[in-house]
Design a protein around this ligand. Structure first.
Ligand code: ADP
Length: 726
């Protein structure tokens, strides 16, 4: 090294005369612009070294002889804080500043100053040499971003990244005298981003379906980061003590490594999984040749990851020979292990949750299958009851007989409606119901339904308005739309004690919107999902006209709407009312359209069926005046026992009045509260009460009676149709 003997390292104690002051060099080198805040005062280590160097012995010669272009370039270089390197002359002699100094690591400085580039950057000359030659030959400037260069600057081949450009420096001859290189090292940034990307992917392990999926996916993600760890294993270790099984596992995973390496790794894994702490060991020669300098084993949350009869999971990382295992790599590896541990811990909860969901799905399917079968069985006897009853009704004139038979007929119909709803639901569930799409004038259809419903709504004491527009058309299944509207209208009447019900139809963009609003009891926001769920009924509410139902009306509404490619929403406020809005596409999507032509197999349920049902609810519970049994003769009332019958089903009340009316004075009331009022007004000898009633139910009535001193001895019999309930 021609400069070696003269270079003075400033951090070493000075022996002999001090190096020449910058002002001496200044005489030789171009004086920096001395204006305040211009190029800055070049007073760093490199300025001193440049000043002290014996240039006359090297290829550049005495600085007095340097061309002005070189002097100017050196001046700019030394006074800049940005890392700058100059390559000068055919030998590309290096002159650099303090900013560039760290890029030379521990081994290349100060010998690099004044040395030909090829001698300093031997290990990367095959990459940068041709670029420099190209610039020197007049090929113009170059630009490299985040370029990987394996440098030997700290005693090992180090993975480094740089963003740099080479620009030609024109000399006095007009040719290219040297190359100006502005460079910044981006290793930290590139490596940091790489680790972040790996960690982000590791976060996605959460929710993996099984233990082996976690282990395999983690291994796959980590294997992609060869820069930080060229060899990776994620092992679900065998039970402690099973050395042979562990050795087999390691052998499978490290097929390319020698037996010595595998034994070393097995030992390390056993140690880490035994202690629950990370351990490291230098790699043997064979592994080093394969690019691994050391092995690091990180156990994965021992308690969380361990399964009975099995060891812990561990991550084995082979340290790259190009990247030392520093604190940042340690933190990264610990985070990787934490992600795997969290995913394994989550598995326990996940499988529990999945099993619960599966159980529910199976239970629902079993319920549907059971009800569908039962419904089939019930349909035949129901038809066999309804037919003969209708025949007798057609021929009998006896009013008592007619009343009883009408009761049978009404309730046979009611049962048939429920059975049909159940069958329809079963068909929807089994995917056996396809919409038969035709062009429907929804305005006409809805107006027709509203008009046929008007009388029933008004008989229930409610105002009814409808505004269905004109000429609003869409491709829909007529029966399904009819079923949806009737279900919603019937519910509106059922759950609205007073006020009004409204039906509107309008076109909104590419959809038809059908809305049924009421001023009824409303639904709490928390209960909205339950209201639409099959077989779900909400707790009986005061004000509802009935608490009877199978709890599938809204589920059918939702299913039918979705079959036609639409959606149903509900806005509701408790005590204020509800609005059910069904939005159906004018042109249904392909999924529904694909079914065009298939015939709907819904059980025919027409307006009459719904009207019959609505009639049975009569007036809202609580508003109905108590009624005497028709056969209770006033003259006998004083000497016959008095019985109060509380029952919310109108037909059942009438029937009980018929049965008991011959021997007792019967007062009929629709719910618990009315029964209490009747009892307080005139104490009865017995109260016969239904258990399930809106408002005050049977149990509430018993409590209220027991708390009332004047009624304390009153016998109460609770009746329930819920066979099997306790
Ligand atoms: P149900 O046969 O019980 O009426 P649905 O599926 O039709 O079954 O309704 C489910 C539940 O939603 C009902 O039990 C009732 O509590 C509630 N609900 C339905 N419609 C209305 C409405 N218009 N106002 C208030 N609550 C309603």
């Amino acid at each position: 090294m021609f400069l070696g003997s003269r270079v003075v390292a400033v951090h070493e104690p000075q022996i002999g005369p001090p190096p020449p002051a910058w002002s001496d060099v200044q005489r030789v080198l171009p004086a920096p612009d001395t204006g305040e805040g211009s190029l800055g005062v070049p007073d760093g280590e490199l300025a001193s070294l440049v000043a002290a160097a014996d240039w006359s012995a090297g290829p550049l010669g005495d600085p007095q002889t340097w061309p002005q272009s070189l002097r100017t370039s050196v001046g700019i270089c030394l006074s800049s804080r940005f890392p700058i390197l100059l390559w000068w002359g055919p030998e590309l002699v290096m002159i650099y500043n303090d900013g560039y100094r760290p890029m030379l690591g521990e081994s290349k400085h100060p010998r690099a100053l004044g040395a030909p580039g090829r001698e300093v950057w031997t290990e990367i000359w095959d990459v940068i040499g041709p670029m420099l030659e190209q610039v020197m030959a007049g090929g113009g400037a170059t630009w490299s971003a985040d370029e990987l260069l394996i440098l030997d600057r700290n005693g090992f081949p180090e993975e480094c990244y740089f963003t740099y450009s080479y620009s030609p420096i024109t000399d006095e001859s007009g040719g290219v005298g040297g190359v100006f290189c502005a460079v910044t090292e981006t290793t930290e940034q590139v490596v940091g981003e790489r680790r972040l990307a790996t960690l982000a992917e590791m976060a996605g392990l959460m929710g993996a379906p099984s233990r082996s999926a976690v282990v395999h996916t983690a291994a796959g993600i980590l294997a992609a980061n060869v820069g930080d760890h060229p060899v990776v294993m994620v092992l679900d270790t065998p039970p402690e003590g099973d050395r042979a099984a562990l050795a087999d596992l390691v052998e499978q995973q490290l097929p390319g490594m020698g037996a010595g390496t595998r034994a070393r790794v097995s030992d390390l894994v056993r140690q880490a999984s035994g202690t629950g702490r990370p351990v490291s060991v230098p790699a043997d020669e064979g592994a080093v040749a394969g690019g691994v300098r050391a092995w690091h084993v990180y156990p994965v949350g021992r308690t969380a990851g361990a399964v009975r009869g099995r060891g812990a999971a561990v991550i084995v990382l082979g340290e790259s020979v190009h990247r030392p295992w520093d604190s940042s790599l340690e933190a990264y590896a610990t985070l990787c292990a934490t992600h795997v541990a969290a995913a394994l811990a989550d598995l326990g909860q996940l499988s529990e949750e999945r099993r619960r969901r599966q159980d529910l799905v199976e239970l629902d399917a079993a319920k549907s299958a059971f009800f569908t079968n039962l419904s089939h069985e019930l349909r035949t006897p129901l038809t066999l009851i309804a037919g003969p009853v209708q025949e007798v009704l057609a021929t009998t004139d006896d009013p008592d007989q007619r009343r009883r038979l009408e009761l049978v007929e009404r309730n046979t119909h009611r049962l048939a409606r429920m059975v049909d709803a159940m069958l329809d639901f079963g068909r929807i569930e089994a995917g056996g119901l396809a919409p038969h799409l035709v062009q429907v004038d929804v305005s006409v259809l809805a107006t027709g339904l509203a008009e046929s419903f008007r009388a029933a709504v008004e008989r229930a004491g409610l105002a009814f308005t409808h505004d269905c527009g004109t000429g609003i058309e869409a491709q829909l299944d007529r029966d399904m739309v009819e079923r949806i509207v009737l279900n919603l209208l019937a519910n509106a009447v059922k759950y609205t004690p007073e006020g009004s019900v409204a039906l509107t139809v309008r076109g909104v963009g590419d959809d038809v919107e059908i809305a049924v609003s009421d001023t009824g009891v409303g639904i709490h926001p928390d209960d909205v999902e339950r209201a639409f769920a099959r077989f779900e009924r909400l707790p009986a509410v005061a004000g509802a006209r009935s608490h009877e139902g199978a709890g599938i009306g809204l589920a059918i509404v939702r299913e039918l709407t979705e079959l036609m490619g639409g959606a149903v929403t509900l806005t509701s406020e408790v005590g204020q009312g509800s609005t059910f809005t069904v939005r159906l596409p004018v042109r249904p999507p392909e999924t529904a359209r694909g079914a065009t032509g298939a015939s709907s197999t819904m059980t025919p349920r027409r307006v009459d069926d719904f009207l019959r049902e609505v009639q049975t609810w009569e007036q809202p519970v609580g508003d109905r005046p108590a009624r005497q049994a028709p056969s209770a003769e006033p003259s006998l009332r004083s000497c016959r026992p008095r019985v109060i019958v509380a029952e919310d089903n109108a037909d059942l009340r009438t029937y009980l009045a018929d049965v008991l009316g011959g021997d007792y004075d019967v007062e009929l009331v629709p719910d618990g509260r009315a029964a209490l009022e009747a009892a307080l007004r005139e104490a009865p000898d017995l109260v016969l009460s239904d258990v399930l009633m809106p408002g005050l139910d049977g149990y509430g009535l018993v409590d209220a009676i027991r708390q009332e001193p004047s009624l304390s001895g009153l016998p109460v019999i609770l009746l329930s149709a819920r066979a099997g309930d306790t």
